[in-house]
Write a protein that binds this ligand. Structure first.
Ligand code: HEC
Ligand code: HEC
Ligand code: HEC
Ligand code: HEC
Ligand code: HEC
Ligand code: HEC
Ligand code: HEC
Ligand code: HEC
Ligand code: HEC
Ligand code: HEC
Length: 338
């Protein structure tokens, strides 16, 4: 079946979402053929070779060629009609009243649609082969999406690193993988190999199980915070879930109040509880090894050793006694033991 009318496509999309069968196009509103000046202002910048004229019939022009037969086995292009972009009553959406439809993103397409030209002229395809630079391609999206989480986009490493919106987002997919926690990290791992390895370690935040996403801690659109964290400081980022570690406590442990990453690796660790080192070494980075039952793991210090040994130095080591490493609220918890 070939459907070359976009409103029918929308109805089909909705029908597919609702799980019912075929739908007709009878209730569909007429497709807008002219575009609002405002929409045009936000629309694609023009690079040489792309042309400036919009097509006569909007999406219907495009679907004339990009139909089920020519496009692909699954007619992937049409999946956009199942997404938020195809909302017909949303005046801000490409397919809303007066919207530029396909050309809101792909730019003026009259040239490209001209059947009298034997070699199809190019059109913005959002790929590396596009005639538009990454900044220009992103500008198309930002024309409608400047606000919300993207206001500090320019300050982020992704903007600096020339990462395109469409390196992460798939717009012709019924469900953009980026918008689901379970599939989000897979897209990030595509470029961030080290993090893929980290999140496989024995102790790690539960991204593998789809219970969290990178975006719980990072704003991929960029922030003015270090490492594009969602909160101004690292500790505040952690407190958004581990609120009990926020305090205030009667007996603070200085490093915990200062920076969780002094002891924890945020992504993953081969040690228990995401620790960067195992006690006693963890603690002995700052606390002297001598003068206290802290010279562990020498023959003498272990049970049965020459010095009598202490079972407390096994397993949790220092934390066998100093259990309250994050600070204590007990009146006599000064030494973080209760
Ligand atoms: C006359 C037929 C025809 C019409 C009408 C048409 N296209 Fe195309 N389009 C093609 C052909 C053929 C290709 C493949 C060109 C190539 O591979 O170089 C193509 C490729 C594309 C691509 C992918 C380009 C790439 O480099 O991967 C996009 C995006 C596209 N068209 C969008 C549109 C849009 C949007 C419209 C409506 C404004 C439209 N097309 C109208 C024939 C058409
Ligand atoms: C909201 C923006 C947006 C709209 C609206 C849009 N596209 Fe696209 N299109 C993209 C992006 C981004 C890509 C690059 C691939 C991807 O992200 O899925 C793309 C890719 C394509 C391709 C190339 C597919 C491939 O894999 O080579 C075609 C053809 C195409 N679009 C046609 C259309 C047609 C026809 C319409 C209107 C019915 C349309 N697009 C509407 C953003 C859009
Ligand atoms: C003509 C305006 C317009 C353009 C251009 C546009 N969008 Fe959108 N987009 C919208 C509207 C409107 C929505 C629905 C907003 C909402 O639900 O709050 C939306 C929704 C989205 C969503 C959320 C989808 C969902 O299912 O919730 C993503 C992601 C998105 N757009 C990315 C992009 C990207 C990337 C581009 C550039 C390739 C782009 N948009 C171009 C208007 C636009
Ligand atoms: C590094 C990957 C990445 C890049 C690049 C990226 N996004 Fe996103 N985007 C995400 C993730 C992850 C989410 C979902 C989590 C969230 O809401 O923060 C999202 C959500 C969205 C949403 C829906 C929620 C909202 O904030 O309104 C829109 C719209 C959107 N992105 C637009 C864009 C635009 C426009 C660009 C380019 C300027 C862009 N994105 C670049 C990863 C990315
Ligand atoms: C529990 C919160 C959290 C989650 C989830 C998380 N990160 Fe991070 N990430 C951080 C913190 C905190 C830093 C800063 C580390 C530092 O400064 O010590 C960071 C740093 C980074 C860096 C900068 C390089 C580095 O290692 O310092 C990259 C890249 C990164 N994260 C990518 C990711 C990716 C990709 C994901 C998802 C697969 C992810 N992060 C999930 C908290 C998180
Ligand atoms: C297309 C490749 C690509 C994808 C996909 C991608 N990133 Fe990145 N990311 C980069 C580049 C490039 C940088 C900049 C690296 C640099 O400056 O060394 C970066 C840097 C970062 C940083 C470090 C920020 C800083 O200030 O140091 C974080 C955090 C990050 N990305 C998180 C994410 C998350 C979360 C996702 C998925 C939602 C993601 N990235 C997806 C390419 C990508
Ligand atoms: C979005 C919520 C969220 C944020 C933000 C968050 N965590 Fe977690 N954290 C979790 C969840 C969920 C678990 C797993 C709990 C479980 O498995 O029962 C966890 C577990 C942990 C564990 C124990 C791991 C283990 O193997 O026992 C540590 C340590 C930890 N987080 C530290 C941090 C640090 C440090 C930060 C800030 C960089 C942080 N978390 C930010 C949700 C979060
Ligand atoms: C001085 C080192 C140190 C600092 C700093 C530190 N932690 Fe821990 N954390 C530990 C140790 C050691 C454990 C393991 C406790 C155990 O084995 O009983 C742990 C365990 C945890 C756990 C899992 C068990 C539990 O108590 O819920 C979470 C969550 C956690 N830390 C979060 C944080 C957060 C959030 C911060 C920053 C506010 C932080 N930690 C700062 C040493 C530290
Ligand atoms: C990043 C450095 C650092 C690390 C790592 C660290 N501490 Fe501390 N610790 C401090 C500082 C600083 C103080 C405050 C010392 C003071 O007030 O004189 C402190 C105080 C203490 C106190 C209270 C001391 C007193 O005299 O009241 C105990 C007990 C303690 N730490 C145990 C531990 C244990 C157990 C670990 C390992 C799980 C650990 N510390 C890891 C820096 C660190
Ligand atoms: C067997 C129990 C036990 C173990 C194991 C233990 N401590 Fe202690 N620690 C104590 C007691 C009891 C005190 C209080 C001593 C006092 O008040 O005179 C103390 C006091 C401290 C103090 C405060 C300074 C001082 O000397 O009074 C620090 C710092 C400290 N311990 C660090 C550590 C570190 C680091 C480790 C691991 C290498 C560790 N402790 C292992 C029982 C233990």
């Amino acid at each position: 079946m070939t459907i070359k009318n976009w409103t029918a496509q929308v109805l089909l999309g909705l029908a597919a979402l609702a799980g019912c069968g075929a739908a007709t196009a009878q209730t569909a509103a007429p497709a807008p053929t002219t575009a609002l000046a405002a929409a045009k202002a936000a629309a694609a910048p023009v690079a040489a070779g792309l042309g400036t004229k919009y097509s006569e019939k909007g999406a219907d022009t495009c679907l004339d060629c990009h139909d089920a037969e020519s496009d692909s086995v699954n007619f992937d292009t049409a999946a956009i009609f199942k997404t938020a972009h195809a909302r017909r009553r949303d005046a801000h959406a490409p397919f809303g009243p007066g919207g530029l439809q396909c050309e809101a993103c792909h730019g003026p397409g009259a040239n490209h649609s001209d059947k009298s030209i034997s070699k199809t002229p190019p059109i913005n395809n959002f790929k590396a082969s596009s005639l538009l630079t990454v900044t220009e391609r992103n500008q198309i999206c930002l024309g409608c999406h400047q606000g919300r989480s993207r206001t500090a986009g320019h300050a982020g490493a992704h903007d600096r690193g020339q990462v395109a919106c469409t390196d992460c987002h798939k717009l012709h997919a019924e469900r953009d993988p980026m918008l689901t926690k379970g599939s989000e990290s897979e897209v990030c791992y595509g470029c961030h190999k080290q993090q893929r390895a980290d999140f496989q370690k024995t102790s790690s935040h539960p991204l593998r199980f789809g219970r969290m996403g990178c975006s719980d801690c990072h704003n991929p659109h960029g922030t003015t915070n270090a490492a594009m964290l969602v909160k101004p400081t690292l500790n505040q980022t952690c407190f958004s879930c581990h609120a009990e570690k926020r305090g205030p406590v009667l007996w603070e442990h200085a490093p915990a109040a200062e920076d969780c990453s002094l002891c924890h690796a945020s992504h993953g660790s081969v040690r228990a509880a995401l620790l960067t080192k195992s006690p006693p070494l963890l603690c002995q980075q700052c606390h002297a090894a001598a003068g206290h039952p802290s010279v562990a793991r020498t023959g003498a210090a272990l049970p049965g050793g020459a010095a009598g040994g202490s079972v407390f130095l096994l397993a949790g080591s220092c934390t066998n006694c100093h259990t309250q490493v994050h600070g204590s609220n007990h009146p006599s918890g000064a030494k973080l033991m209760r």
